[in-house]
Each structure stands twice: as C-alpha cells, then as structure tokens.
Design a protein around this ligand. Sequence first.
Ligand code: ADP
Length: 285
Amino acid sequence: MILSVKNVTKSYGNLHVLKAVNLACKAGEICGLLGANGAGKTTLFKIILGLIQPDSGTVTLNVKGVKPIGGIIEKPALYEYLNARENLRLFCKIQGLKLSDSELELKLKEVGLPVDRHDPVRNFSMGMKQRLAIAIAMLNHPKCLILDEPFSGLDPLGITALRGLITDLAEKEGLAIIISSHIIEELSKICNMLYVIKDGSIIKSGPTQELIVHNTTSYSFSAPDIKNARVLKGYEVQFKGNSASVQLKAEEVPKLIQKLQEEQIYITSCVPELNMDKLFDYSKV
Ligand code: ADP
C-alpha cells in the first residue's frame, strides 16, 4: 500500500468528526470517498496531508522522495492575478524546484493546459484551474494524490476531461489517488475502490462496482417504444419519458435486454438506479 490510514479519530470539542477511520490506497489505484457535506471528508484529507493532527490513529505513506504526497483541498489555491506559468514558477520556488521554461511548458502540456495563454488565471474556467492545481500538486513527483471535490463547479465536458486526466495519472504514472465527492456518479466511473463515509465513520467500503450492484434494486432502460414492451408486463416497472425503471437484480439484466431485442426494442442505455438510502444505511452492508 502507498497510503494506509488506521483508526484515525478527530474531534473538535464535543463534535466527533472522525471515528476510527481506516482507508488504504495502492499504486495505480483510484479510491473514492463518498459522503454528504459535513461527513468528515476534508478533515480526513487534511490529516492525510499532515495539515492537522489526528487525536489518535496513524497515517502511513510508504514512499521515499522529497514530496511523498500532493493534494488539493477544498478548491484550487492559485494566485488569481498571475498567469498559469507564473503560478507554476512561484510554486516551484516555494517547493525548492528549479524548472526551465521548456520544463514548465511540459508541465502545462501534461495536464492538458494551453501553453499560449498568458492572461491571469482568474479568467480560467474551473476545469482549467483544477488542471493547473493538479500540475502544481504534481511538482516534485508525489506518489499519492489527494483531490477534494475536484469535479465541483465543472460542466459535463470538464468532468469527462478531468476524469481522463485522473485515470491517466493512476494508470500511466502509477499514482495512488483519493478523490472525495458527495455525488456517486462523479466517482463510480473511475474509482476502483469506494469508501462511504457518514457522520465520521466509514460505513461501507469495497470495489466500487460491487458496492453499486449490492445497493441497486432497479435499472433504468431507455429505448424507443419501451412503453410497448410486452416482456415488461412481468416486472414491477415505472415509465418515465423514454425510459422504464425496472425492479430486478444485476444478473437478470442481460436476459431482459435479450428479451427486449426479441421484441425489436433496442436499448440505448441501461443505468443502475442506486438506492442511496440503502448505500448510506449502517445496518445493510
Ligand atoms: P466534509 O468535507 O465531508 O464536508 P468536513 O471535514 O469539512 O466535512 O467537516 C466535518 C465536520 O467537522 C463538520 O461538522 C464541520 O463543521 C466540522 N469542522 C471541520 N473543521 C472544523 C474546525 N476547524 N473546527 C470545528 N469544527 C470543524
């Protein structure tokens, strides 16, 4: 494991923000931390990054190097009146790094930023700011990266592009990456492992797709003329526009798609409708 968090506890006065939290992330893995606002995600990240101390428990980083871990907490902290290159240069100085102009240019290219923008970063879109913040976090080659709500404020195209960058960092550079969000859809596509945090406790954890399957009781099927499907008469189903929300188990999905095809109803999408109450229920693991 690159990162191991063991029994981390943190309180502010009577408020128990983190209760014996355990989490681990290995090289090349993307771990998602899913929880509502106030669940304790940022506090955990601050502890992992060494910005605050836990009351008890340990954080172990099995990495050698100048900077074992990099991260972005809350929102990208950039100098808004400086341009991208000037921001990078300044953070290089802070981190004791000397990079030539062509090396700085390469850092911008690596995160997909244009090299010909010389205006202040206050003009940048949120997605561009996130990319620049990632480039800064990646200075000095950390092996672990913490991203706190990196998708917030991004449009769908920005989310897709940032997803691509994050998966590249894990798959090509072998980074251990931990991402927080309160929106499951932001995590489900890219996270290998998912940790569900509620009121400071990790209530569920495991491979993301397994958790999704275990906590899904219905699937939404979209297709032209789905309302006329005879096979659906045998299921508990609710029609919503061009889609049908059908109660069934994951293993029954391929058979239903096949039966729909036999009726010449061709599915354009099949999406699990995650039961969030079940996912966030302590008692149902
Ligand atoms: P999340 O990132 O999941 O939204 P946070 O870790 O920011 O949650 O906050 C968890 C809880 O801890 C919240 O109730 C928050 O108000 C409280 N909290 C966070 N930091 C402090 C602090 N420095 N002093 C007192 N309470 C805090």
